[in-house]
Design a protein around this ligand. Structure first.
Ligand code: GDP
Ligand code: MG
Length: 182
C-alpha cells in the first residue's frame, strides 16, 4: 500500500486532573519548550499535536488538554472515548488534587478501557511547599492500578520529555501485544 502519511502511529493522549495542577503548562512545555507564568484557564478542551520518534517508529501524539473545572466535567466522558493513553496530574503542593484521582480514573476506565495512565506529580520546582511526598505518589499509583509514576516541573523542564517518553513507550507496548494476552 502506498504510504500517504509521514508517521506510523497516531495516539490520542488525555491531559487530566484538577484545575491549576499544570496540565496546560506541561502540554506547552512539551510542545514548544517554553513556560508561561500567567496562563488563562482552559475552557473545555484544547488540542495540540507533536511528532516524535520512538526507536524506529514515527509517532504523532495528539494531546487533549482538558479544562479541569467542575462545570466542564460533564464533557469528560465524551472526550475520553478513543483515547490511547492519559496523564493524570496532581500538584505536589496541594493535597486535594491527589484525592480526586479515583474519580478521574474511573471515568477514563469506563470510557476508554484499560489504557495506560501515568500519574504525574507536578511543580517539583516548588519542593519547599511540598505537601505530597514522592512515596505517597507512588503508593497512590499502585493503589489505583496506574501504569507508571513520575514527578515533573514544567517551569524548569525537569522530567517533561521523560514523562511523554514513558507514556509513549507504554502505549506502544500495549498495542504490540498479541490481543489474547491483553
Ligand atoms: P491547568 O489548569 O491544569 O491547565 O494548569 P496551568 O498549566 O494553567 O497552571 C496553573 C498555574 O500553575 C499557572 O500559574 C502556572 O504558571 C503554574 N504552574 C504550572 N506548572 C508549574 C510548574 O511546574 N512549576 C510552577 N512553579 N508553577 C507551575
Ligand atoms: Mg489548562
Amino acid at each position: 500500500m502506498k504510504r500517504i502519511s509521514n508517521y506510523d502511529f497516531t495516539y490520542k493522549i488525555m491531559m487530566l486532573g484538577d484545575a491549576s495542577v499544570g496540565k496546560t503548562s506541561l502540554t506547552l512545555r512539551y510542545i514548544s519548550g517554553s513556560f508561561l507564568e500567567d496562563l488563562k484557564l482552559t475552557i473545555g478542551v484544547d488540542f495540540y499535536s507533536k511528532y516524535t520518534k520512538f526507536e524506529d517508529k514515527r509517532i504523532k501524539l495528539q494531546l487533549w488538554d482538558f479544562g479541569g473545572e467542575e462545570r466542564f466535567r460533564f464533557l469528560l466522558s465524551q472526550y475520553c472515548k478513543g483515547a490511547n493513553g492519559a496523564f493524570f496530574l496532581y500538584d505536589i503542593t496541594n493535597q486535594v488534587t491527589l484525592d480526586h484521582l479515583p474519580d478521574w480514573t474511573q471515568i477514563i476506565r469506563d470510557q476508554a478501557g484499560d489504557i495506560p495512565i501515568v500519574l504525574v506529580g507536578s511543580k517539583i520546582d516548588l519542593d519547599e511547599f511540598r505537601a505530597i511526598s514522592r512515596e505517597d505518589g507512588i503508593q497512590a499509583s499502585k493503589k489505583y492500578n496506574l501504569d507508571a509514576f513520575i514527578e515533573v516541573s514544567s517551569k524548569n523542564g525537569q522530567n517533561v520529555e521523560e514523562a511523554f517518553k514513558l507514556l509513549t513507550e507504554l502505549i506502544l507496548t500495549e498495542y504490540s501485544l498479541p490481543s489474547d494476552t491483553k
